[in-house]
Design a protein around this ligand. Structure first.
Ligand SMILES: Nc1ncnc2c1ncn2[C@@H]1O[C@H](COP(=O)(O)OP(=O)(O)O)[C@@H](O)[C@H]1O
Ligand SMILES: Cc1ncc(COP(=O)(O)O)c(N)n1
Length: 274
């Protein structure tokens, strides 16, 4: 094997396996990038909500990063739940040293409605980490928090993507339409062009970890050297399949199915690799 694509996630742990670090590693594995992880917080959560949180001390977060950076290649990386400003400062310092595409999932609130990061951390994320991102992937409530305006229509989503790139300095913004009525439409603005990625909305309550899985897929494909547009396009195909075959587990919002491309292997894998 000439190039072993290596992808890193810096995020919180979800012991129920549908979101956070666990979703990211499953996605990296399924899409054939070697997965590595730095854990920022341990959550106690399941499909019904978040029951507890324990934050990893920041020096231990830094040590995990150092161990990886001193020994392993990183071809692309993502961040998910970064709960407080001290953790963000560690990551902010290391992003330029990692020197690889940075996919930021600006995780703020779990699907269940439980907050995952502090209000100060939301502000710090917008002012200090967003300008470092190659692409940021907010859902609608997260995009509303970043720009401080309500988003009701597809035009509002496009405008939010433009604002995030122009005012906050992310290289690109992908606004996800999971939380709006109608088709599941996402808009990507890269500073020059607006791209639309659309899929039919799937009627399901099992959407735990959709955002984590989508941003991990983009990370996996960018680690393999895919173009930016291709990485997002293939990731949209992957998340749509993972939601279509989502798993009715737990009493709340069940997880997506990370092995979905292997169901009807030949056709489905081709869709993702095209
Ligand atoms: N019911 C659904 N059917 C099809 N695609 C969906 C559905 N819900 C979300 N998606 C897609 O899943 C991805 C994650 O979006 P979203 O659920 O908004 O993120 P988050 O998990 O961060 O809230 C997006 O590509 C979105 O369009
Ligand atoms: C540790 C952790 N990180 C992120 C999420 C958000 O999940 P979603 O992808 O459903 O927005 C979560 N529930 N838990």
């Amino acid at each position: 094997m000439k190039h072993i694509p290596c992808a890193l996630t810096i995020a919180g742990s979800d012991p129920s396996g549908g979101a956070g670090i666990q979703a990211d590693l499953k996605t990296f594995q399924e899409l054939q990038s070697y997965g590595m992880s730095v854990i920022t917080s341990l959550t106690a959560q399941n499909t019904t909500g978040v029951q507890g949180v324990y934050h990893i001390p920041t020096d231990m977060i830094e040590q995990q990063l150092t161990s990886i950076m001193n020994d392993m290649p990183i071809h692309a990386f993502k961040t998910g739940m970064i709960a407080n400003v001290d953790m963000m400062k560690v990551i902010e310092k290391r992003v330029p040293e990692i020197n690889a595409p940075y996919i930021m999932d600006p995780v703020m609130v779990a699907t269940s409605g439980d907050p995952l990061i502090s209000t100060q951390a939301q502000q710090y994320l917008c002012n200090h980490l967003l300008p470092l991102a190659t692409v940021v992937t907010p859902n609608i409530p997260e995009a509303e928090t970043i720009i401080g305006e309500k988003i009701n229509t597809e035009d509002d989503m496009k405008e939010a993507a433009i604002q995030i790139v122009k005012h906050y300095g992310a290289q690109a913004a992908l606004i996800k339409g999971g939380h709006i009525k109608g088709d599941a439409v996402d808009f990507l603005y890269d500073g020059n062009n607006m791209f639309t990625f659309s899929a039919q909305r799937i009627e399901t309550k099992n959407s735990h970890g959709t955002g984590c899985t989508l941003s991990a897929a983009i990370t996996a494909f960018l680690a393999q050297g895919a173009s930016f547009y291709d990485a997002v396009k293939r990731s949209k195909t992957y998340i749509t399949l993972a939601i279509k075959h989502s798993l009715p587990l737990g009493n709340g919002s069940g997880p997506t199915n990370h092995w979905a491309p292997r169901i009807n292997e030949t056709t489905k894998l081709e869709e993702i690799k095209s």
